[in-house]
Design a protein around this ligand. Structure first.
Ligand code: GLC
Ligand code: MG
Length: 678
C-alpha cells in the first residue's frame, strides 16, 4: 500500500489517468471535470518529464493515445489487412497445390535405355562386357540426356540363357564383376542423376540354383519349390505343353524320378508359385535389391509365372495336327500355362512391397512387365492394374515391333493405335522397337527408316525404350552356325538372338572400342562399325545420334511433347501425321512422318487449327530444315520425318476428342507461368 502511494506521489501527481481507469483496490479514482482533463493532457505535452533512465512509456499514457481514433482506426485497418493477406496467401498456396498437376516422374521424362551387359563395354578384356564397363560409359547416357537405364541380368548364372538362368539372385556373376562393382556402379549412376532398373526373373531359376538341388533331392522344405509331376524316363511327357524355346516343357529328372516343368530351357526350371515359401523367397529377393537402392525392376516373362495345377493338355491351334508334331509355342493356345488366375495378385504384392521403399522423395521404385500377348492386347493392359490397385507403371508395348511388316503411314498409325485405343484412361504409354530378343529395327526396316523411327519414338506421348545401339542405327550381325551362342539358336539358327546382341559400336578402333585390351569379343563386331559408331556420329551434327540427342533434349524441354495432347491428324499409304499440343500454351508441334516407299505431298488444309504456313524445326533429312510449307502441300521424302513447330490460339483437341489422348490433363497459365489441373 505504501509503495502504491509512493509511486503515485512520485509519478502521477502531475500526470493523468486513463478516463476509465479504476484503482485496482476498487477505490474510485479521483474524478476530474472534462476541462481539467483536457488541460492535464495539454500540460502533459509540455510538462511530462522523462525519468532517467528511460523506462518506456507508462501504460496509462499509451492507453490514452491508443484509444484515439487516429491511432485506433489505422491500427485496426492494418491488423485486418495483415490477417486477410495471410489468410489469402494460405488459400492461394492451398489452391495452387490442389490444382497443380503432378510432376512427371523420373521414368516418364526420358527413354529407358536398355543395356545388354555382355555386349555394352568390356573393361577387362575377356570379351564379355561387364559392370565396370557400364560405369566407364556413364557419360554416354548423359550425352544422350537419358535418365534411366535398364540393365539385363547380371546375377550369378551358368549362362545357358545368358543370365536369364539365375543360380544366385543375391550375387553378381564373376564375368560381370563383383558386388562391389555393382555398388559402385549404382552409386555413380545415382550421383550422376541416373536411375538403375534391374531385370528380375521370378518365373524360373537355373537348374544349378541351390533350391533346385534341394528340390530334386526332396528336401522337405524345398520339395515343392518347382513344378513336379509323375512321368517316367521313357514314356510320354505328362501333357502336351511346349517350351517357348521349342519341344516339351517337361524334362525327366533322374535323381527325383519325376518330370519338372520348364517354360523356357530345361536348364530353367519353373518355380512353383503356389508354394507360399516360394512367394516369400521372391519378395525377400526384391527387398534385398530395394534395400541396396535399385530404382526399379523389369519383370521378366510374367505371363508364365503360374500354370494350371490340373495339368490338362492345352488346345491345339490346328486340331488336326498329329500330337507328336506339337513342338512349337505357336502350335497351342496357352490357356493353362500363361496368364493364370492369381498372377495379378502376385504382381500387386510385389508392387506393394516396392511402394514401401518408394516413400522417400525422389525414391519412387518403378516396375515394367514383360508379356507378349500379341492379339490379346487386353491381357497386356491388365498389368497397369486398376485405378485403385496398381501393378506395373507400364507393361512393355511390343506392338511397334511389327513395324517392318508393312511400310505405310496407316500401318504405323494402326500399330500406335493398338496401344492408345486400349490403354486404360490416365495411364502412361511406352514404345519398344527392339530388345535383346528381337531383330534390330535398323536391319528389319533398313537404314533409310532409322531416323524417322527415332523421330516417331521421341515425339509420341509416353516413354520410349532404346535398346543399346538404336541411337546410332546399329544393325544385326550375321551369324554362322558355328558362331551361334544363343541356346534358342541351337535348336534353329534362324531363331538365334545373337544377331541383335553384337558388341556396342563405340568407335572405329579395334573391336569398335567395345574391348580395347584383347582381340576377343564374345560375338563378332558388326563389319560396318567404322562408319556406324558413337565417336564418328558425335562429330557429325546430321548423324542419327545427333538427331536422337536433339529430339530427346527437345521433348524434355517442351511441355507439349513431354506431357501434352497427342492427336491423330492424318494417315495414308506413306505418311503418318499427328500433333502435340498443350492447353493454354501457344507453342505446339506437328509431326509428319513418311514411312512409305516414295515421296509424298500431304495436304492438311482441312485442319483449320493449323496455321497456313508451317516452318520445319527439324527434318531427318537436311534439305528440309527451316523450310516453310503451305499446309496444303507438306513435302516429305521416303523415310523422312518433319518436326514442325507452330504457334496457335486455337487448339485441336477440344473439337476432336475422339482423335486425341492425354494421360493427365493439365493447362498452362501464361500470365503467372504455372501449370494447373483443368
Ligand atoms: C524373357 C527374356 C529372354 C529370356 C526369357 C527367359 O523373355 O527377355 O531373353 O530368354 O525371358 O527368361
Ligand atoms: Mg569383361
Amino acid at each position: 500500500m505504501s509503495l502504491k502511494e509512493d509511486s503515485e506521489n512520485m509519478e502521477l501527481a502531475e500526470c493523468t489517468k486513463n478516463p476509465g481507469f479504476q484503482d485496482s483496490d476498487g477505490g474510485v479514482s479521483v474524478e476530474q471535470p472534462a476541462e481539467q482533463r483536457l488541460s492535464t493532457v495539454v500540460r502533459l505535452d509540455s510538462e511530462y518529464k522523462q525519468l532517467e533512465p528511460f523506462a518506456g512509456m507508462p501504460k496509462e499514457v499509451l492507453l490514452l493515445y491508443s484509444s484515439q481514433a487516429r491511432y485506433r482506426i489505422p491500427r485496426e485497418v492494418l491488423f485486418w489487412l495483415t490477417l486477410s493477406c495471410a489468410l489469402a496467401l494460405v488459400a492461394v498456396t492451398a489452391t495452387v497445390i490442389a490444382l497443380s498437376p503432378r510432376c512427371l516422374q523420373w521414368w516418364q521424362v526420358s527413354p529407358v535405355y536398355q543395356v545388354y551387359p555382355r555386349s555394352f563395354k568390356d573393361s577387362d578384356g575377356d570379351g564379355v562386357g561387364d559392370l565396370k564397363g557400364i560405369q566407364e560409359q556413364i557419360h554416354h547416357f548423359q550425352y544422350l540426356n537419358i535418365k534411366s537405364v535398364w540393365i539385363s541380368p547380371f546375377y550369378r548364372s551358368p549362362m545357358k540363357d545368358f543370365g536369364y538362368d539365375v543360380e544366385d539372385f543375391r550375387d553378381i556373376d564373376p564375368r560381370f564383376g563383383t558386388m562391389k562393382d555393382f555398388d559402385e556402379l549404382l552409386a555413380k549412376m545415382h550421383s550422376n542423376g541416373l536411375k538403375l532398373i534391374m531385370d528380375f526373373i521370378p518365373n524360373h531359376t537355373s537348374d544349378r540354383h541351390r533350391w533346385f538341388n534341394l528340390s530334386r533331392t526332396r528336401d522337405p522344405h524345398y520339395e515343392d519349390y518347382y513344378v513336379w509331376t509323375d512321368c517316367n524316363a521313357t514314356s510320354q511327357r505328362p501333357n502336351n505343353w511346349v517350351s517357348v524355346f521349342g519341344n516339351s516343357s517337361w524334362t525327366y529328372d533322374e535323381v527325383r524320378e519325376q518330370c519338372y516343368l520348364h517354360q523356357f530351357l530345361k536348364e530353367q526350371p519353373d518355380l512353383n508359385f503356389r508354394n507360399l515359401h516360394v512367394r516369400k523367397e521372391i519378395i525377400d529377393i526384391l527387398v534385398f535389391w530395394l534395400k541396396k537402392g535399385v530404382d526399379g525392376f523389369r519383370m521378366d516373362a510374367v505371363k508364365h509365372i503360374l500354370e494350371a495345377s490340373h495339368l490338362r493338355d492345352e488346345p491345339q491351334v490346328d486340331p488336326d495336327k498329329p500330337p507328336e508334331l506339337i513342338i512349337n509355342e505357336w502350335d497351342l493356345h496357352h490357356d493353362y500355362t500363361t496368364t493364370q488366375l492369381g498372377l495379378h495378385d502376385l504382381l500387386r504384392e510385389w508392387r506393394a512391397e516396392m511402394n514401401v521403399y518408394s516413400r522417400e522423395p525422389g525414391r519412387y521404385r518403378f516396375m515394367v512387365t514383360e508379356s507378349y500377348d500379341y492379339n490379346e492386347v487386353g491381357k497386356t493392359m491388365m498389368y497397369y492394374g486398376t485405378p485403385l490397385v496398381k501393378e506395373s507403371d507400364f507393361p512393355f508395348n511390343f506392338y511397334l515391333l511389327d513395324l517392318p511388316q508393312n511400310s505405310s503411314g496407316s500401318w504405323v498409325q494402326h500399330l500406335v493405335n493398338i496401344w492408345m485405343n486400349n490403354m486404360p484412361q490416365g495411364q502412361w504409354p511406352n514404345w519398344v522397337v527392339g530388345n535383346h530378343d528381337k531383330p534390330r529395327i535398323a536391319t528389319s526396316v533398313g537404314q533409310g527408316y532409322v531416323r524417322v523411327i527415332n523421330m516417331l519414338l521421341l515425339t509420341l506421348p509416353g516413354t520410349p525404350t532404346t535398346y543399346y545401339g538404336e541411337e546410332i542405327g546399329m544393325e544385326n550381325i550375321n551369324i554362322t552356325d558355328s558362331q551361334v551362342q544363343d541356346p534358342a539358336g541351337k535348336y534353329n539358327t534362324s531363331a538365334s538372338r545373337d544377331p541383335q546382341r553384337a558388341p556396342m559400336q563405340w568407335s572405329g578402333d579395334v573391336n569398335a572400342g567395345f574391348n580395347n585390351k584383347t582381340n576377343i569379343t564374345w560375338l563378332p563386331v558388326h563389319p560396318d562399325y567404322k562408319s556406324i559408331n558413337v565417336e564418328v556420329q558425335k562429330r557429325d551434327e546430321r548423324s542419327v545420334l545427333a538427331q536422337y540427342r536433339f529430339l530427346n533434349t527437345l521433348r524434355q524441354a517442351e511441355l507439349a511433347l513431354s506431357r501434352g495432347w497427342f492427336c491423330y491428324i492424318h494417315a495414308d499409304e506413306n505418311v503418318f501425321s499427328f500433333l502435340r499440343e498443350f492447353d493454354g500454351l501457344r507453342k505446339a508441334f506437328l509431326v509428319v512422318l513418311n514411312f512409305g516407299k516414295e515421296a509424298a505431298i500431304t495436304d492438311l488444309s482441312s485442319v483449320s487449327e493449323l496455321p497456313e504456313k508451317l516452318e520445319v524445326l527439324m527434318s531427318t533429312m537436311q534439305a528440309s530444315d527451316g523450310r516453310v510449307f503451305h499446309k496444303s502441300g507438306i513435302v516429305t521424302e521416303e523415310g523422312e520425318g518433319l518436326l514442325i513447330q507452330y504457334s496457335t490460339h486455337t487448339r485441336f483437341n477440344p473439337s476432336h476428342p475422339g482423335a486425341c489422348y492425354i494421360s493427365e490433363k493439365a493447362c498452362y497459365l501464361e500470365v503467372v507461368d504455372i501449370l494447373y489441373t483443368c
